[in-house]
Design a protein around this ligand. Structure first.
Ligand code: NAD
Ligand code: IPM
Ligand code: MN
Length: 354
């Protein structure tokens, strides 16, 4: 396969140690599979904002668009780095998701053998993907909220084009993805609040229109409150979930709690021309620099990156090594979601099993 250029945004807090882990795993798998991966660091995050006044300098965003095959991103942001409107200044969600038009945020929630879970389900019974709309919904209000001393407001908007493309993405994924719900029936669950809000009724209507093109996939609906319940009480039901931006944000962290914590959960941000890959969680400043964070989320994000490049055998090799490390008990996650062998211990256990 051709040489690939991969941009690396190291991030804030636990970002750098997680990215080190993932790059070590990627380099080892590249050796074994005969791939040529070229990594370059690009700036971004709260530290970059402090230095430059931009969470990402505009030239760096241009380079991501034009000079790389994909981007591996660590978590960014620090709660104390804020703008005058009270929101955080060091985040890249708006810059990258809108800047690269990565409209599909793909968040697999999967329980691996050997991982402790607070719910009464087994591996194989929790294996679904949240497809979170990534460019509109409540987040369209980012930077555009209004307020004064007495009140503040944001606006949730969805468009026909935005709903169509995310719902189509979800149905296509249901046709092709390798995992399946416990009953083996392919389904896409539309999660919304269409009983109350007009924007969500619109989202559901577009879902129905697109679903008509996929008679082989079961249609399925949950209001968002019931969805939150069922993700804990009946996760085996779910295959692919498609939902609005903010609901997808909430429900993916909820799903993470059922599969060993945020440190288990990777994600992909996919657009027509660009893609980047990052853990679903944040920069966890409270445990940064202490070799306590679980890098599995970042390592599995790098497997999703390889899949995106068409390097499926290398991607699968990483996933098998991660699964083996947990199944054999070489890696154990405690009740706080931290590996007892440390961040570096997880990296070592995975690399040894590649
Ligand atoms: P967080 O996800 O960083 O942490 C929530 C909890 O999970 C903390 O207890 C943390 O210690 C733990 N945790 C997270 N990742 C872990 C890992 N890999 N291993 C072990 N434990 C882990 O959320 P937060 O504390 O609400 O936010 C911290 C910062 O991250 C904020 O600035 C926030 O805006 C930012 N953030 C960034 C992203 C991103 O870059 N994609 C995502 C979410 C939050
Ligand atoms: C995520 C994060 C981001 C989001 C924040 C940090 C902008 O929580 O990727 O889930 O809310 O989308
Ligand atoms: Mn989130």
């Amino acid at each position: 396969s051709p040489p690939r250029r991969i941009a690396v945004i190291r991030g804030d807090g636990i970002g750098p140690e997680l990215v080190d882990s993932a790059v070590e795993v990627l380099s080892a798998v590249a050796d074994r599979e005969g791939l040529e991966l070229h990594f370059s660091t690009e700036p971004g995050g709260a530290a970059t904002y402090r230095e430059t006044g931009h969470a990402m300098p505009p030239e760096a965003l241009d380079r991501l668009r034009t000079e790389y095959d994909a981007t591996l991103k660590g978590p960014v942001g620090l709660p104390e780095v804020r703008k005058a409107d009270g929101t955080e200044a060091g985040l890249l969600g708006g810059v990258l998701r809108l800047g690269l038009d990565t409209y599909a945020n793909v968040r697999p929630i999967r329980l691996l053998p050997g991982v402790r879970t607070p719910v009464r389900f087994e591996p194989g019974q929790i294996d679904y993907v949240i497809v979170r709309e990534n460019t509109e919904g409540l987040y369209l209000s980012r930077g555009a909220g209004v307020g004064n001393e007495r009140a503040a407001a944001d606006q949730l908007m969805v468009t026909r084009e935005g709903c169509e493309r995310i719902v189509r993405f979800a149905f296509e994924l249901a046709r092709t993805r390798s995992g399946a719900p416990a009953d083996g029936r392919r389904r896409v669950t539309c999660v919304d609040k269409s009983n109350v809000l007009r924007s969500f009724a619109f989202f559901r209507r577009v879902y129905d229109e697109v679903a008509a093109d996929y008679p082989d996939i079961e249609r399925d609906y949950r209001y968002s409150d019931a969805a939150a319940h069922d993700l804990v009480a009946d996760p085996a039901h779910f295959d692919v979930i498609v939902t609005e931006n903010f609901l997808g944000d909430l429900l993916s962290d909820l799903g993470a709690a059922t599969v060993g914590g945020l440190g288990m959960c990777p994600s992909a941000n996919i657009g027509r021309a660009s893609a980047y890959f990052e853990p679903i969680h944040g920069s966890a400043p409270g445990i940064a620099g202490q070799d306590r964070a679980n890098p599995t989320s970042q390592v599995l994000s790098s497997a999703m990156l390889l899949d995106h490049l068409g390097e499926h055998s290398a991607a699968e090799r990483i996933r098998r090594a991660v699964a083996a490390a947990y199944a054999e008990g070489a890696v154990e996650i405690d009740e706080r979601g931290q590996p007892t062998c440390g961040t570096r211990g997880v990296t070592r256990a995975v690399v040894e099993r590649l």
